[in-house]
Design a binder for this molecule. Structure first.
Ligand code: RTP
Ligand code: MG
Length: 140
């Protein structure tokens, strides 16, 4: 299979605990390469746009407030089968259901403060990467 790219966010609960390096180490140990990365403070508007697909969900307002509660690290990850591989490394959305050794099992605090985001399909990966990065910021 050809190289694939996925979009990742290290969420505010993780930047608050200064564990972005530990998460990056798990990403790299899984064979994924961090080909773009920046630390940003999301505005409410930017976070609402990112999670627009969830805007009718009961957790939407809380999720947006959480995502702007501190800095995040946005990333592009590259590798074989990167989208599915990163979802595996992240573990289930609810850390109580996540497998041992996953990022969320290891670090997440709750279903909301679950340390990382990863794209769920090729179309969303492409859209999410474009939402945060210009082509010249990604060096594969
Ligand atoms: P993500 O999009 O962040 O990679 O996570 P996911 O696919 O595993 O989860 P998704 O269903 O897309 O939900 C997006 C984020 O919303 C928060 N959430 N809170 N309070 C709740 O019941 C609830 N459910 C989801 C989580 O931060 C989740 O990652
Ligand atoms: Mg999702």
């Amino acid at each position: 299979m050809a190289l694939q790219r996925t979009f990742s966010i290290i969420k505010p609960d993780a930047t608050a605990r200064n564990i972005t390096g530990k998460i990056n180490a798990m990403i790299e140990a899984a064979g994924l390469r961090i080909v773009a990365q920046k630390r940003v403070q999301l505005t409410r508007e930017k976070a609402e746009g990112f999670y627009a697909v969830h805007k009718e969900r009961p957790f939407f307002n809380d999720l947006v407030s959480f995502m702007i509660s501190g800095p995040v690290v946005v990333q592009v990850l590259e590798g074989e089968n990167a989208i599915a591989k990163y979802r595996e490394v992240m573990g289930a959305t609810n850390p109580e259901q996540a497998d041992e050794g996953t990022i969320r099992k290891t670090f997440a605090e709750s279903i909301e403060a679950n340390s990382v985001h990863g794209s769920d399909a090729p179309e969303t990966a492409a859209e999410e990467i474009k939402y945060f990065f210009n082509d010249d910021e990604i060096v594969g």
